[in-house]
Design a protein around this ligand. Structure first.
Ligand code: ADP
Length: 549
């Protein structure tokens, strides 16, 4: 213990100032220098510790601490340098130097040890460059992030737009669905409650569905109808035509048909119907099936038949009426040859009663008698065809023949009223497809009307012009013109109306019947005022088409 304290004893040593001969200048130089060095050395460790404490990311913190300790120890040796000038505590000084040496060795060792790591630390330039690169990269990333943000915003905008569109679409689709449902319900109720028959047929010509009206019309249930097709329930006489129309419709997609035909009811009775089919739907889409609208027209047909019968009866009456008017003329036409026959017969008797019978002249008289007999028989034949109640029959007809017959029948009438006839008949006319009796009636009516119109005029020569010629549309045109009382504009509008007449005893049916006859033959009857007087009636009839044309 004693020897330990002896270490710090100053008794056996002389102060260091002795070596400096206590020269004040030298002493104070040492004191000042060592004090400043010590003060500086003591400051540096604090600066290092302060720096290390503030920089948490500091690398090699231990080196900093060791260096601080080393510098502190160095500072202490300088303090001891000042102390030993006056107090020779050389052991203490030596110990402090030892500590300083140990700390400096440790510091040096630690420094060399961390040297590779310290060298590996990037320099400021490198760090600046890296920093620059990083800043560039950060800039890029920020730009990319901004672009991403923009893209995101755009995407969100589009998503919200599309969402709005989709919502709108959904709303519209819902509305459309509701409309469709309502429409379907409407159609379904129309289909079920319709008084008109409605049925759908598929591509195999089977009924798919049929409404109540159609079932009632034919007496079949819906199930029965679905096992049948339109051809099977059609009246036997209309089946082929129906099949042809269906074939045509299937071959020629896009066209439906609209016909009047007969069905055979389940109980065997006949139903007349007007059937219209809509265009067949697109086979690649749509509902499939052809909609058929079937209207029961049996009653209308019955009424039409009754009307036709009434019209035919009227036609007959009108003909008989005309014949009544013509009776004097007909009687004259027959009387004339009969008178001639009697006269020739008497002449013949006289010629044969002569002592030398003049056989030659008697023979001539007999030939004339035969000719007159034939003339009378011709007249009767014409009268018979006119009064005949035969059903209309259209055959190829030479219109000039008909005109000749009518003029022959009305010959006496024309002569009685001093009418001169000017026929201009084209010999090269094509034949017309027509009913002889009906065409006769048309010409006869026009000629009789002309005679009656001319009967009212006395101040001019009565002239009847009858012409036949070829029309422009493969037809034959007949014109009957007179210079009688004429037609005024008001009359022209009504002369074809039934029961229109300006005559005291007229029926007003003649022209109406003529008009319907001509129309039924596919022609047209027209009337116009004559120039300078009278009336002109004109009708055309289609010519028979020659084979190959
Ligand atoms: P009706 O001879 O019984 O009167 P029509 O139908 O034949 O019936 O003729 C209708 C009307 O047309 C006649 O009343 C007459 O006024 C007029 N009409 C017909 N033909 C002629 C004609 N050639 N000239 C003048 N008027 C005519």
């Amino acid at each position: 213990m004693t020897s330990f304290f002896q270490l710090f004893s100053t008794q056996n040593y002389i102060p260091h100032g002795v070596c400096l001969l206590w020269q004040p200048g030298l002493l104070w130089l040492d004191v000042l220098s060592d004090t400043i060095i010590a003060a500086s050395y003591f400051t540096i460790p604090f600066a290092l510790i302060y720096f290390a404490s503030r920089r948490h990311d500091l690398a090699f913190r231990g080196i900093f601490i060791l260096s601080g300790g080393f510098i502190l120890a160095c500072g202490t040796t300088h303090v001891m340098g000042v102390v030993t000038l006056w107090y020779p505590a050389y052991w203490t000084d030596g110990l402090i130097k030892l500590i300083t040496a140990l700390v400096s060795i440790g510091t040096a060792f630690a420094m060399w040890q961390v040297m590779p790591l310290a060298l590996a630390l990037p320099s400021t330039t490198q760090l600046e460059r890296t920093n620059g690169l990083l800043e560039h990269e950060i800039g890029e990333r920020q730009r990319a992030a901004a672009a991403l943000h923009d893209a995101n915003a755009e995407l969100e905008r589009r998503v919200s737009e599309r969402t709005a569109e989709l919502e709108l679409e959904v709303t519209q689709r819902r509305r459309t669905e509701n409309t469709l449902r309502a429409s379907e319900e409407r159609w379904r109720s129309m289909f079920d409650s319709s008084a008109i028959g409605i049925a759908l047929t598929d591509e195999n010509q089977r009924f798919v569905t049929a409404n109540g009206a159609f079932q009632r019309m034919l007496g079949y249930t819906s199930e029965e109808l679905c096992s049948l097709g339109p051809v099977e329930i059609t009246h036997e006489d209309d089946r082929q035509a129906t099949q042809d129309m269906i074939d045509q419709m299937q071959a020629d997609r896009g066209f439906g048909y609209d016909v009047e035909k007969r069905y055979r009811r389940k109980d065997g009775t006949v139903v007349w119907a007007r059937v219209s089919t809509a265009r067949p739907p697109d086979p690649n889409g749509g509902l499939g099936g052809v909609p058929n609208i079937i209207e029961d027209i049996t009653e209308r047909r019955r009424a039409e038949d009754a009307m036709h019968e009434a019209r035919d009866a009227l036609l007959r009456v009108a003909r008989l009426n005309t014949m009544g008017e013509l009776s004097a003329s007909i009687a004259h036409e027959i009387n004339q040859p009969l008178g001639a026959i009697v006269a020739n017969g008497q002449a013949c008797l006289r010629l044969l009663a002569r002592p030398t019978a003049d056989v030659e002249e008697a023979r001539e008289a007999v030939v004339e008698m035969i000719n007159d007999g034939r003339r009378a028989s011709e007249v009767l034949k014409r009268v018979r065809t006119l009064g005949k109640n035969a059903s209309p029959e259209r055959k190829p007809l030479d219109i000039n023949n008909v005109i000749g017959e009518v003029l022959a029948l009305t010959g006496q009438e024309l002569r009685t009223y001093g009418v001169s006839v000017q026929p201009e008949l084209n010999d090269n006319l094509p034949l017309v497809q027509a009913d002889r009796v009906q065409v006769q009636q048309v010409v006869l009516n026009l000629v009789m009307n002309a005679i009656e119109a001319m009967r009212e005029t006395d101040n001019r020569r009565r002239t009847l012009s009858v012409k036949s010629r070829c029309g422009e549309f493969q037809d034959v045109i007949v014109t009957v013109a007179d210079n009688g009382s004429g037609l005024d504009a008001t009359n022209i509008e009504h002369i074809f109306d039934a029961f229109f007449t300006t005559k005291a005893e007229g029926m007003g049916m003649g022209l109406s019947i003529c008009n319907s006859i001509v129309r039924a033959h596919g022609g047209r009857l027209s009337a116009a005022a004559g120039a300078p007087q009278g009336a002109v009636f004109c009708f055309n009839l289609p010519a028979v088409r020659e084979a190959g044309l």
